[in-house]
Design a protein around this ligand. Structure first.
Ligand code: HEM
Length: 142
């Protein structure tokens, strides 16, 4: 029995990630960071990653290779505000699935540590920046 099985496997993680992305969709700082308008593919990647991390199927590795989280987040402007927003939405998602206190604490501890590790700038959130360069609708190129 892995941690993944104990918390209810795919259904639990998928539900969590869906709730998380519902919140991200409404977040004025995080939403513009996502390269695609449709958050579905990003939700699928995060679901696969978390499943693998907690002992479930290794589909993430098969499809995406080594996670290299720091590298894969380098392009995004992750300051403490972005981190705290990310964690707030994950807290909402964890509350929604109601894990046992022990499983909740372990999951949350991991997310907090990982999110702190991924902070890559202390500059304030830019109005216009590289993270938004993919928004041709804004008519901006830098
Ligand atoms: C600290 C705040 C964070 C921000 C602002 C952030 C933002 C993003 C963005 C914008 C993407 C690109 C979406 C995509 O195309 O998949 C992404 C991808 C991803 N993030 Fe985060 N993230 C944060 C923290 C985390 C944490 C803590 C984890 C893991 C526990 C994580 C796991 C992932 C994974 C697995 C992907 C997909 C990587 C890939 O396969 O390309 N992120 N994140």
């Amino acid at each position: 029995m892995t941690f993944y099985d104990e918390i209810g496997g795919h259904d639990t993680i998928k539900r969590m990630v869906d709730v998380f992305y519902q919140e991200v969709a409404l977040d004025p700082v995080l939403k513009p960071m996502y390269p695609e308008e449709d958050l579905g593919p990003a939700a699928e990647r995060l679901t696969m990653f978390l499943e693998q991390y907690w002992g479930g199927p290794t589909t993430y590795m098969d499809k995406r290779g080594h996670p290299r989280l720091m590298l894969r987040h380098q392009a995004f402007h992750i300051n403490p505000d972005a981190r705290d927003r990310w964690l707030t939405h994950m807290r909402t998602a964890l509350d929604d699935v109601q894990l046992s206190p022990m499983h909740d604490a372990a999951f949350w501890d991991y997310l907090e540590r990982a999110a702190h590790m991924l902070v890559n700038t202390f500059e304030p959130t830019p109005e216009i920046g590289p993270s938004r360069a993919h928004r041709p609708d804004l008519g901006l190129t830098s």
